[in-house]
Design a protein around this ligand. Structure first.
Ligand SMILES: [Zn+2]
Length: 342
């Protein structure tokens, strides 16, 4: 309803918040409209009939509205892309929520109870599977082999998910937190998934074959994702890397930092990450031995600590904090060890 250039808008820029007259008009309009339905009012009926059958495919207004909503979804998430690391308000909200469980917070308890009922009592498929129910089976059959390229419904779901990540979507963040530390040894679902996948190759499994076929021939020249990864790597080389500090990572490690020393430190720490507690046998690669004061020439036991790959990456940001944190931890740990040795 943008006014034509040079003309005066009908409300002269006044709103019900700024003008008493507008407030009265607004209230009058609202009172007149209350209770009107297409059953008792010709105007509402006419409007409704006019809109029947309109979709974004057939009506430009609906299309514009849909695009607007999409923009709102991906471009303007509730936290506008801010995380607790970048924005004090998000940090405060996060802090306020920390430690709330259904045991100590009535709101969480109520929500949890609500969800529990929903989950067990009103699952979307009400417990039916394609093995036990014809309509679920027909839906599953219908979707088999379909992709978002040929099925509008899947495209819509896929589109709605674009741009959501654990930084901007609380539900995803919660899901990610819940999954930390799950291995096939301690979690039934992971074990089931792993078992299901054992022995799958592109020769005997349609999904693996499809994934492999999709990737065949992709190069950074033909595939935008690979191109963006290559670009990122280029950017992060050397002084462009966010953790770059005067090139010190190019310094050779001290020749005291040997394999046997790393083994000794890992043994001391029980082959366990000293921050998150993941064990080497459950990690995707060998644990790292980290220099607490970031000085690669200081290979004293009190300056070495075992970390997993992820915690080691975290320890490279906010160095002052982590140096203090691990120093304190080692002081306690080494003093205990000394008492045992006496
Ligand atoms: Zn860790």
């Amino acid at each position: 309803m943008a006014p034509k250039k040079g003309s005066i808008p009908w409300n002269k820029g006044l709103s019900k918040e700024t003008s008493e007259v507008m407030m009265v008009i607004s209230k009058k309009v609202s009172d007149t409209l209350t209770g009107r339905t297409k059953e008792n009012n010709a105007g509402v009926l006419a409007q409704s009939l006019k809109m029947t059958g309109r979709s974004k495919e057939t009506h430009p207004g609906n299309m514009a509205q849909s695009l607007k909503i999409k923009g709102v979804k991906t471009g303007r998430s509730w936290n506008k892309g801010m995380t607790k690391l970048t924005n004090p308000i998000v940090a405060k909200i996060s802090e306020e929520l920390t430690g709330r469980t259904k045991e100590n917070h009535s709101g969480v308890k109520a929500q949890s109870e609500k969800m529990t009922g929903r989950k067990t009592g009103r699952a979307w498929n009400r417990g039916k599977t394609k093995e036990t129910n014809a309509s679920v089976k027909s839906q599953a059959d219908k979707l088999t082999g379909h992709t978002k390229e040929d099925t509008p419904y899947l495209a819509k779901i896929s589109e709605a998910l674009i741009g959501r990540n654990k930084e901007n979507e609380p539900a995803i963040a919660l899901g990610a937190l819940k999954k930390i530390g799950r291995t096939k040894e301690n979690h039934e679902g992971v074990a089931r998934g792993a078992n299901k996948k054992t022995g799958r190759t592109k020769d005997n499994h349609e999904g693996v074959a499809r994934g492999a076929a999709k990737k065949t021939g992709r190069t950074k020249e033909t595939h935008p994702y690979l191109a963006s990864m290559a670009e990122k790597r280029k950017m992060y080389r050397g002084s462009w890397h966010p953790n770059w500090i005067d090139g010190r990572s190019y310094l050779p490690y001290d020749n005291k930092f040997t394999k046997s020393l790393r083994k000794r430190i890992k043994e001391r720490d029980g082959y366990t990450c000293q921050y998150c507690g993941v064990e080497e046998c459950n990690h995707w690669r060998g644990l790292d031995v980290h220099h607490v004061d970031y000085n690669k020439f200081n290979c004293d036991d009190s300056n070495m600590i075992t970390l997993c790959n992820i915690c080691n990456i975290h320890a490279n940001k906010d160095r002052e904090y982590w140096e203090r944190f691990f120093k304190d931890k080692l002081t306690v740990k080494l003093n205990k060890v000394m008492i045992y040795e006496v």
